[in-house]
Design a protein around this ligand. Structure first.
Ligand code: GDP
Length: 360
């Protein structure tokens, strides 16, 4: 799937750069253009291979918006014409989707990404997706509150929002910085493989995934989740049937970007590995298992030929917002928002349908 990437804020820029680098290093050619946008000049200076654009210079003079995501929304709104202008040539007629990438707990990405998605929807015909990073449980209440409002607004604006929870995809006990590095690396590999799996690979059998299957899986809207797991492939193709099942199971049950997300409206299963190591029967069995596990809907699927001694499973779920993890996160975000508004003594507020306000 040919994509254009736009990173907003610090995390958005770093992850966009990782994705662009992984795609280039692997020679996939799925990432067509990449741009990083920020109100903090220093964060943009630390990026090497993506193009950059500073916003909000007249308001914050290149110093960023701190954790103020409403200011993040405002500076994106004021400079939106310049941002759209700099996308000329980066979003090309070949682009099949645009991904706006951001950490949802901060200021510039949290507030700016939903505005950008909104405007991109008016200009481009291709799907506009968000790739959003949720703050981990241990991040402060400002991060939780910011991410709650940002997620709510993104779900309204984007065609689908692929969520990465900062509590997933890293080892226990890593420093925060170390964990970010690990998570960013994994996002680059896994999301990078998802983009590449929708690319036509020459000279390979008929079951390669097509871009439209990725897009159709995301058509459910709402929250999307990505899972991944690999194991060493065996010389014996019979044994690889068990391995295919095992990696598919791990990808869904322990390897997802959002823990405990197993209820979905749509799913895609890609088995990656050397073509002679991918067992037809194992792929079929894994697909049927995934169909049962995710509530009985049809699972799209295909192979991804990769020169590797491992067999990998990549699972994409669409419409996966009905998960305990999302519920727990939204509750945390609401509590954090309430705690920030301690002056409010209107108890009726507690019974309002939803205490999180949209950002705009
Ligand atoms: P912004 O520059 O104002 O948009 O703020 P940040 O991008 O620093 O966003 C803060 C949120 O993103 C917090 O929830 C952080 O935990 C998270 N974050 C910051 N940097 C990284 C990173 O490199 N990787 C990941 N996975 N998360 C990050």
């Amino acid at each position: 799937m040919k994509v254009a990437l736009i990173g907003v804020g610090q995390a958005g820029g770093k992850i966009t750069e990782r994705l662009a680098r992984f795609d280039a290093d692997m020679g996939f050619g799925a990432v067509q253009g990449a741009l990083a946008i920020n109100s903090a000049d220093a964060d943009l200076q630390s990026l090497d291979i993506v193009d950059t654009q500073l916003i909000g210079a007249d308001r914050v003079n290149g110093h960023g918006v701190g954790g103020d995501n409403e200011l993040g929304t405002e500076v994106m709104q004021s400079d939106i014409q310049q941002v759209l202008g700099s996308l000329d040539g980066r979003v090309t007629s070949k682009s099949e989707a645009i991904f706006v990438v951001a950490g949802l707990g901060g200021g510039t990405g949290s507030g700016g990404a939903p505005v950008l998605v909104h405007h991109l929807q008016q200009v481009y015909d291709v799907p506009i997706y968000a790739l959003g990073v949720l703050p981990g449980r241990n991040e402060g209440s400002l991060y939780q509150a910011n991410a709650g409002r940002s997620l709510k607004t993104l779900l309204r604006e984007a065609d689908s929002t692929l969520l990465i929870d900062n509590d997933s995809w890293h080892e226990q006990g890593e420093s925060v910085e170390g964990a970010f590095e690990t998570i960013n690396e994994k996002i680059a590999q896994r999301v990078g493989l998802l983009f590449a799996s929708g690319e036509a690979i020459e000279g390979v059998g008929e079951s390669v995934v097509d871009s439209s299957e990725v897009i159709n899986t995301l058509r459910a809207g709402g929250v999307a989740v990505l899972g991944y797991a690999t194991e060493i492939a065996s010389e014996d193709s019979g044994e690889n049937i068990t391995t295919a099942m095992s990696v598919s199971r791990q990808a869904l049950l322990t390897g997802t970007s959002l823990p405990d997300a197993t209820t979905a409206d749509s799913a895609l299963l890609v088995i990656a590995g050397r073509p002679d190591a991918i067992p037809r029967k194992g792929v079929e069995k894994s697909r049927r298992w995934l169909e049962d596990e995710t509530g009985g809907m049809q699972v799209r699927g295909g192979d991804f030929p990769l020169d590797s001694d491992r067999l990998g499973a990549l699972v994409l779920l669409g419409g996966a917002e009905r998960s305990d993890r999302i519920e727990a996160f939204m509750e945390r975000a609401r509590e954090a928002t309430d705690a920030q508004e301690t002056e409010s003594t209107d108890h009726a507020d507690q019974f309002a349908d939803d205490r999180l306000e949209n950002l705009f």
